[in-house]
Design a protein around this ligand. Sequence first.
Ligand code: 5GP
Length: 173
Amino acid sequence: MVVGRPLLTVEQIQEKNRELADRISADFKGKNLLAVGLLKGAFIFFSDIVRLIKIPLVVDFLVASSYLKSDSSGEVKIYYDIREDVTDKDVLLIEDIVDTGVTLNYLRERILMRCPKSLRICTFLDKKERRQVDVPLDYVGFEIPNEFVVGYGLDYDNKFRNLPYISVFKKST
Ligand code: 5GP
């Protein structure tokens, strides 16, 4: 297993996070912000971004994972659901990466069924060319090519989450 050179450096990530947090702080000013982190993958991005947001907020989490059964269908399993009442909240769902869009689409519809005041989506990474389900993204950190990446919370087999930068991951043969 080989972790290559950084695709995104610590400095690039920090700069982008400041930019995203400034936009979020301005857009949600005066609103009832509930920031929901999608675990496990978004745990580092989430904790970095909420500390940069300059307006009051409440945090909660969703723990979910998706199992791709074929190229077009995925099944999403929820291990921990949002416990806050979302009905009067402006919800910001904070994700690590959007790939096919299957997971996000499922979670988005599930949250919308609970009638939040509004729902926006922030993802650290976007693998746009892999998209199968069209989901609206309000804040995107970086668009990346179709390669498997690890680090900054993202794993391979639950490893490499503690790498401070994003790296392309290659399985050695
Ligand atoms: P989607 O449902 O959009 O296809 O998949 C989203 C999930 O797939 C992410 O939350 C993440 O767990 C996983 N995933 C997709 N691409 C990558 C990648 O390049 N690296 C890692 N570590 N996980 C990925």
